[in-house]
Design a protein around this ligand. Sequence first.
Ligand SMILES: O=C([O-])CC(=O)C(=O)O
Ligand SMILES: [Mg+2]
Length: 211
Amino acid sequence: MRDDLLARAAHLGASTVHEAAGRIGALPSSITALYREQPAIAGRAATVLCPDGDNLWLHRAIYTAAPGEVLVVEVGTGEDFGYWGEIMATAAQERGIAGLVISGCVRDAVQMQRLGFPVFSTGTCIRGTVKDPLRPGAIGGRLRLGDVLVSPGDLVVGDADGVVVVPAEQAEAAVAAGEARERKEAGVMEQLRAGGTTLEIFGLPAGGGVQ
Ligand SMILES: O=C([O-])CC(=O)C(=O)O
Ligand SMILES: [Mg+2]
């Protein structure tokens, strides 16, 4: 997946890429941008599985991920821990990691906003994690977030709407279809500004007393 494709995907945003890919890959809506004004991101997925309440595999993943990759993390059922914070965000930024998507909580929200490090999480939690080398986790495996399977190298797009993950082999077609969709929507909005209605433009049945 080339960098220009990633830039085009980030520009389109998560909702458009999701629609254009055939309405696939929408991560649970509980995974949202950590702070307002957070930059939209697009990158290849670097997958991490963490045991509940343990972030050792996340520390390791900072040093195995390639620059430009997005860490996508499944934490099982133990959502309520601060798996990630400003120390880890600083380390990740130094390695060129594009952002974090996690099915659990993080902490140090204000500090990460100051750093400008993009995080998509289920919320914040002040409770810290352990780092137990005996507990099983994984880097580079297949994850499940909600009903979405995530493989390493998949396209991840996150913005204020949420996060979408598209299989790598479908990324190019999804971005091209997303651009066509954007052009079409720009035309629709032009028609609306010229006095048209969504009912006419989309050929929807009026009913309900609409004039
Ligand atoms: O230390 C941790 O486990 C998470 C954290 O708060 C940080 O990275 O600053
Ligand atoms: Mg901290």
